[in-house]
Design a protein around this ligand. Structure first.
Ligand code: ADP
Ligand code: MG
Length: 237
């Protein structure tokens, strides 16, 4: 009985917002193009996870989202898959025009994990993914960004440095993801996040993922998201 109670708790789903798109049951319900469906299958993803069922149709509809779910629930694909669709919907990039998708993550390890996941889904479309974080040569990252990319995965500090160096332009960025927002705040990145958000056009789509929603993160969400849908999966501390 305890097992059943724990199971129900874990599955607790709360959704709030206006005109929320209905959750999907299968990846095919997302209307993904064939190359993306093949990449999903290649990953061995048979069914979307609970957060993916809720978040994918919301993000694909172009809405801003606050998605709260614990680690390991499959949040990365929930923002990477719609990011690919979003980018493929934009006009072709000229060299050096800057990224369309920008993902901020708290640590280089997390940024690297997201980079690997993004690469897998970007590959069938030959989209260029750049990873930008500390501990690696800033000059190499500068050169890579200068050659152009459609997706940047970054830790906030290093992204700010490279923006100051004019390694990339943000005027094409229309899809912004703040992943593990609570951890970015814990690490003191609030000013950097605010600076990055301030450099991205206001008609962007903004996605905020977090395991918890402390007051400071809530306050930022209210400032930078437009009519967001909020999805919470499971017990959140
Ligand atoms: P989170 O960001 O919520 O901590 P991740 O996106 O890192 O979670 O995903 C956790 C693990 O689940 C990863 O190994 C990922 O490859 C796997 N995963 C994600 N989505 C699916 C799916 N639909 N089916 C099976 N495995 C999945
Ligand atoms: Mg994650």
């Amino acid at each position: 009985e305890q097992e059943v109670a724990d199971y129900m708790k874990n599955l607790a789903i709360r959704v709030s917002g206006f005109d929320v798109p209905r959750p999907i049951k299968n990846f095919v319900d997302c209307g993904f193009p064939v190359p993306l469906m093949n990449a999903i299958a290649k990953q061995g993803y048979e069914k979307p996870t609970t957060i993916q069922c809720q978040a994918l149709p919301i993000v694909l509809s172009g809405r801003d989202i606050i998605a709260i779910a614990k680690t390991g629930s499959g949040k990365t694909a929930a923002f990477v898959l719609p990011m690919i669709v979003h980018i493929m919907d934009q006009p072709e990039l000229e060299k050096e025009e800057g990224p369309i998708g920008v993902v901020c993550a708290p640590t280089r390890e997390l940024a690297h994990q997201i980079y690997l996941e993004a690469k897998k889904f970007a590959k069938p479309y030959n989209l260029r993914v750049a990873a930008v974080y500390g501990g690696v040569s800033k000059f190499d990252q500068f050169k890579e960004l200068k050659t152009g990319c459609e997706i940047v995965i970054a830790t906030p500090g290093r992204l700010i440095d490279l923006l100051k160096m004019k390694a990339l332009k943000m005027f094409r960025a229309t899809y912004l993801v703040l992943d593990e927002a609570d951890r970015m705040f814990d690490l003191g990145f609030e000013p950097q996040i605010r600076s990055i958000v301030g450099q991205i056009r206001p008609d962007r789509q903004t996605l905020l993922f977090s395991a918890t929603m402390p007051y400071k993160v809530e306050r930022l969400a209210r400032e930078i998201l437009t009519d967001p849908v909020r999805v919470t999966v499971g017990q959140v501390g």
